[in-house]
Design a protein around this ligand. Structure first.
Ligand SMILES: Cc1cc2nc3c(=O)[nH]c(=O)nc-3n(C[C@H](O)[C@H](O)[C@H](O)COP(=O)(O)O)c2cc1C
Length: 364
């Protein structure tokens, strides 16, 4: 395994991570072996599948794609026992050098059963996750009373006010936040059979991957702008560019789950290599430097200044996407001759946003 570069090494709490990528709780960390694979591929830390009192029985099937780079899933918590996690799987991962985040869910009683045991088994960080906002605070209070390890509270985008949930979690003693879990309920239907693609209750599942990224970024930025605590930003990061966006929104480390699921665990190695090259190109020397880089630009008043367009005919392929996407019929393209009717253009920006080659950009 090629070690990630020095530029990618970072810290979460006081713990050194070989890269900012944290494998989120999910199928790839189904046991110690899965966690070691992720570590060898270059993950900075690896979160266990969520540990509860009873192993999960998952419906069949419980994962399906949902458009490009997104998925729905009806997978529950860990399908191996808590005893196996604390008896062999966490120690095995620790022996192999994995930075282990022990995920414990979903009720206060289960936190009482598992937090101290997950801590004693060697987890470096405890992550608490709940389906219901109201149970997270007592889980955090319990964890802080029995463990000296840093506690991450995992937030859900399905709760009515994740910003308030973040505040409540930190006030209860959480040391940091994992933002966020999957979004739903979500549904996909097989049109050949009119049956749901997933076998869960009502066929419902939870959406992850690219489709949720803008929502997660919005929550991460709001929380990061107002609160000091470290944030593991997770949701929809598929590429190095996505990771930089997540860091710029205020994340300190970048969670990934759907990306290595769809692209294979070795994708983490590629993400590290590409992030290294991208940070160099953008002029950032460290993860700490890029973390929160956009926050100052999110504080201003609404931008009411019209911008100009820059057009580079050398990059234009005459694909016509800019013309087709103009709701106001303001843009015309003849060959590579571009023009815009300034009387009807509303400066919405969509034409440049859909340009696949960067030929049409905004001057702001
Ligand atoms: C199949 C699957 C199973 C998951 N299982 C868990 C879990 O057991 N515990 C948990 O906290 N999050 C679980 N998650 C949520 C992920 O950790 C993560 O928060 C979410 O997928 C968003 O990140 P992504 O877009 O990079 O996948 C699961 C996600 C997927 C796709």
């Amino acid at each position: 395994m090629a070690l990630p570069s020095a530029r990618l090494r970072t810290r979460l709490f006081d713990i050194e991570l070989q890269s900012p990528f944290v494998l989120g709780s999910g199928p790839l960390s189904y046991d110690g072996h899965g966690m070691i694979r992720a570590h060898k591929a270059g993950a900075g830390a690896v979160t266990t599948k969520t540990i509860r009192d009873d192993p999960a029985d998952n419906p069949f099937p419980h994962m399906a794609v949902a458009g490009r780079d997104s998925m729905v899933n009806a997978e529950k918590w860990s399908d191996i026992s808590g005893e196996a996690w604390v008896g062999s799987e966490i120690p095995r991962a620790k022996d192999a050098g994995v930075v282990v985040i022990g995920s414990v869910g979903h009720t206060p009683a289960e936190a009482e059963h598992w937090v101290s045991r997950v801590d004693e088994a060697g987890a470096d960080i405890i992550e608490l996750v709940s389906y219901q906002e109201a149970t997270l605070v007592p889980m955090i209070r319990h964890a802080k009373s029995v463990s000296r390890k840093p506690v991450l509270a995992k937030l859900s985008p399905n709760w009515p006010d994740p910003f308030a949930s973040a505040k409540a979690a930190l006030a209860a003693g959480a040391d940091g936040l994992t933002a966020m879990d999957s979004l739903g309920p979500a549904l996909r239907i097989d049109i050949a059979t009119a049956r749901p693609l997933l076998g869960g209750s009502r066929g419902e599942g939870w959406l992850t991957g690219s489709a949720i990224k803008p929502i997660i970024l919005g929550h991460v930025a709001r929380i990061a702008a107002a609160m000091e605590a470290p944030i593991v930003g997770i949701g929809g990061v598929m590429t190095a560019e996505d990771a930089v966006e997540m860091l710029m929104a205020g994340a300190d480390a970048v969670g990934i789950c759907t990306a290595p699921l769809l692209k294979g665990i070795e994708w983490i190695t590629k993400l590290n290599d590409r992030l290294e090259a991208l940070l160099e190109k953008l002029g950032y020397a460290s993860i700490a430097e890029v973390s929160g880089a956009a926050l100052a630009n999110l504080r201003g008043p609404e931008d009411m200044e019209k911008f100009g367009f820059r057009f580079d005919p050398g990059l234009c392929t005459s694909c016509g996407a800019c013309v087709r996407s103009c709701a106001y019929e303001s843009r015309t393209l003849e060959g590579k001759a571009m023009s815009v009717d300034e009387r009807t253009c509303r400066y919405c920006g969509l034409c440049s946003s859909v340009c696949p080659t960067g030929a049409l950009t905004l001057e702001r």
